[in-house]
Design a protein around this ligand. Structure first.
Ligand code: MLT
Ligand code: ZN
Length: 480
């Protein structure tokens, strides 16, 4: 005997297969497993089906069908969310729409300095297409080979070049998105000036797939850097790093492209994880920064500018030691150390990921206070603290003591430590999620840190676009 649920699941699968083709409507557990679990394997869900549409029209028809039949939809790009934002819950009542087949670069307009891409284009492919036209698409994050432009937009991704170029919100000119009921918002305009009322595209940016599914976008392109200098620098403490950043901006102006903080436990962890790789500097230092200067002019000698910044820093006692990359390979190795910190933590397990931002003027104090609070709770925690200091964004990620089981450490400390860190960031005028978003991981915390008016407005916007609450339900917005 078949139940009514089985009948409706079968009807859904048949209807969706009809729209996208049976090959692009996955239902077998073996086929859906990589889509129902996040890449860190922390969030496990189930789905009626995973559909892989080939174009916007198919996305629209799938959405319209699901809307008419009250079926939830979870949009998904490269599934690299750190917050459980792109996988369904365990009910098995949702359909996943994964955009990976919509992976075409539609146009590169080198005169307008824009490119139009489908949402499933990986960040790596977008950057490569821009480079082919001697342009830069400046978003730079470690997961660029897997993450997709749609996901980058829907999470307002940041990364290591925000200091110079801004985050995804700043890098987008136009968006096409499918609304929960299947209607298409067509905003694929490549305009730097367009004051015609509400900026609707920005509603979809950073909303983590709760208001619509981004299917294509017009992105800004920049001149390709022609000169660069990269240095690994030991500083006395985070306050010295902030002062050094101020000095670097004074001397190198806009050329300061990245300014990344790395604590010693973060460096130790990544060097252990990478094997053969060595620290760029001889001595052991508690705090380091990775500085990158770039310029669109090949005539500029940025190594000279870097030396000037570092010499002044040494004289004033801000800089303890420094290594300037002597080659492209050196620069790549410096960057590799920084970019592998995330994976090194995933491999080790037992990392409490807090992604906070505070005004630069208060960041050093915040790091001191948050470190003291964590160490009071767990004196042997490894203080993996790193991130985009130039943007006031710290990945403050206390890690389990080496001899402690990961699950047991998280069970004992996840809530208390993340609440302590978030509360201190909030008290310092900061945010509990600088660039990783909210997903499910931080959803309930939002209720503590947003004002009632902010939460009410968020829900009013959600209800206006998604009155049945079907799109990426139970993500971002805390229950009312
Ligand atoms: C990073 O800056 O490495 C990323 O935000 C990822 C992470 O912190 O895990
Ligand atoms: Zn980051």
């Amino acid at each position: 005997m078949t139940t009514s649920r089985e009948t409706s699941v079968a009807a859904t699968v048949a209807a969706l297969s009809d729209i996208v083709g049976p090959q692009a409507c996955l239902t077998a557990a073996d086929d859906t497993a990589t889509y129902t679990t996040d890449y860190r394997k922390l969030y496990h869900g189930q789905a009626i089906a995973v559909v892989l549409p080939a174009n916007t029209d198919e996305v629209s028809r799938v959405m319209a069908w699901c809307y008419q039949h009250d079926i939830s939809v979870v949009p998904q790009g490269g599934n690299t969310s750190l917050m459980g934002g792109a996988v369904p819950d365990a009910s098995g009542n949702a359909v996943i729409i994964n955009l990976k087949r919509m992976n075409r670069v539609l146009e590169v307009d080198a005169v307008n300095d824009t490119m139009t891409v489908q949402a499933g284009v990986t960040l790596h492919a977008a950057r490569a297409a821009a480079e082919e036209a001697t342009r830069l698409f400046p978003l730079r994050i470690g997961s660029e080979g897997s993450c997709q432009i749609g996901g980058n937009l829907s999470t307002n991704a940041g990364g290591t070049a925000v200091l110079r170029y801004g985050n995804m919100r700043d890098l987008v000119l136009g968006v096409e998105a499918v609304l929960p009921d299947g209607r298409i918002y067509s905003g694929l305009r490549g305009l730097r000036k367009d004051n015609t009322g509400y900026d609707l595209k920005q509603l979809f940016v950073g909303s983590e797939g709760t208001l619509g599914i981004i299917t294509a976008a017009v992105l800004k392109l920049m001149p390709l850097p022609r000169a660069s200098s990269v240095a690994f620098v030991a500083v006395a403490n985070p306050a010295a790093a902030v002062s050094l950043l101020g000095e670097a901006k004074k001397t190198a102006g806009q050329s300061v492209t990245a300014f990344e903080l790395i604590s010693r436990p973060a460096l130790d962890l990544v060097l252990a994880y990478l094997g053969g790789m060595k620290s760029p500097m001889e001595g052991a230092h508690d705090w380091m920064v990775l500085i990158e200067l770039t310029s669109g002019s090949a005539a500029e000698s940025l190594d000279q500018t870097m030396v000037q910044v570092l010499e002044a820093g040494m004289e004033s006692g801000l800089v303890l030691d420094a290594a300037i990359a002597a080659s492209g390979a050196d620069a790549q190795n410096f960057w590799r150390i920084r970019e592998e910190i995330s994976d090194a933590q995933t491999r080790t397990g037992g990392s409490i990921k807090c992604d906070v931002s505070v005004p630069l003027s208060r960041i050093a104090n915040f790091i001191a206070e948050a470190s003291a609070a964590v160490l009071a709770l767990e004196p042997s925690a490894r203080m993996v603290v790193y991130g985009h200091m130039g943007d006031g964004n710290v990945h403050f990620n206390p890690l389990r003591p080496a001899d402690r089981d990961s699950k047991e450490f998280l069970a004992a400390h996840y809530k208390t430590i993340s609440h302590a860190v978030d509360s201190l960031a909030h008290a310092a005028g900061g945010s509990i999620s600088a660039e990783h978003g909210i997903g499910v991981a931080k959803r309930d915390d939002l209720a503590r840190f947003k004002t009632p008016v902010e939460l009410e407005l968020m829900w009013q916007i959600k209800r206006a676009l998604d009155p049945k609450n079907l799109l990426n339900p139970a993500k971002v917005l805390p229950a009312q």
